[in-house]
Design a binder for this molecule. Structure first.
Ligand code: IPD
Ligand code: CA
Ligand code: CA
Ligand code: CA
Length: 264
């Protein structure tokens, strides 16, 4: 039997330690490398932070498996058992260019079901977390259930890339949505954008292509705050593949699907 309360305490301690090392790293120069393309960046701090979590998890929970963005975890074909899904720094471009608007994201799943989720905004020292069935919190304060708003009054986060012709989704549907809502925002960290939906700072968030480590924690947070998280076709997310992601309060989520995303 897993002691989730004990695990929660440990994760919070590890996150705080990792967060202060990351803040400390601001004083030193970064070693920056590119991955799949010139805009896909990784630093020594992304790798060190992932290594820090993996070493701690392996020591205390040797039977658990780990899926991490920087590839130092396990190669997973399924979510059987307990799986930690880790993005050591979500928003690496912001980390490098701005030293803010990035987060540590950790989701703990049991047989594919989210049990614990953490998103730590390192620069602002804001820890968003959720435990299945126990609600969503920010720095110890329970987040209220999401408030419904009309499409016209909604503030939605999405990346401008999706408003130009792309191979993943009909951009005209998103342009229609973008002109109907009260405003659009783009923060450059999927994890933080999902945390903002959970905290009511945003009414919705859409992305065409995210990996499990980008949304594992955020999905649980939004759901524990009473919201819905699906792909852009209204389907469940696949937790070991790349997905499109759409999060928001249930009525608004349904309206945007019916009136924009699924409409011909
Ligand atoms: C990225 C951020 C960004 C999203 C990208 C992600 P990374 O994560 O979440 O907001 O638009 O798709 O890859 O690489 O900075 O961890
Ligand atoms: Ca990355
Ligand atoms: Ca990420
Ligand atoms: Ca990352």
């Amino acid at each position: 039997m897993v002691n989730w309360t004990e695990m929660d305490q440990r994760i919070k301690t590890w996150i705080m330690e990792a967060g202060s090392s990351i803040r400390e790293s601001f004083k030193h120069s970064l070693s920056i490398h590119t991955k799949s393309n010139p805009n896909d960046l990784v630093t020594n701090i992304d790798k060190e932070t992932e290594r820090f979590f993996i070493a701690n998890i392996r020591k205390v929970y040797p039977g658990h498996r780990i899926l991490g963005e920087e590839g130092q975890g396990d190669d997973l074909a399924s979510l059987k058992g307990i799986v930690w899904i880790i993005d050591p720094i979500d928003g690496t471009t912001n980390f490098i260019h701005q030293q803010r608007h990035f987060a540590i994201s950790i989701g703990v799943y049991e047989n594919g079901v989210g049990r614990l989720g953490y998103i730590y905004d390192v620069a602002h020292d804001e820890l968003y977390y959720a435990e299945r069935g126990k609600g969503a919190y920010m720095n110890g304060v329970r987040l209220p259930s999401l408030t419904e708003v009309s499409v016209e009054k909604a503030l939605i986060a999405l990346n401008a890339t999706w408003l130009v012709k792309n191979r993943y989704f009909d951009e005209r549907k998103l342009v229609n949505l973008a002109v109907q809502v009260r405003g659009t925002r783009s923060y450059g960290s999927a994890a933080l954008e999902l945390a903002y939906v959970a905290a009511g700072r945003l009414d919705g968030y859409l992305s065409m292509r995210l990996s499990p480590w980008d949304f594992a924690a955020g999905k649980l947070l939004v759901e524990e705050a009473g919201g819905c998280v699906t792909n852009l076709f209204g389907e469940d997310l696949n937790m070991i593949k790349i997905n499109s992601v759409f999060a928001g309060a249930p009525i608004l989520h349904g309206r945007i699907l019916d009136e924009f995303l699924l409409k011909d």
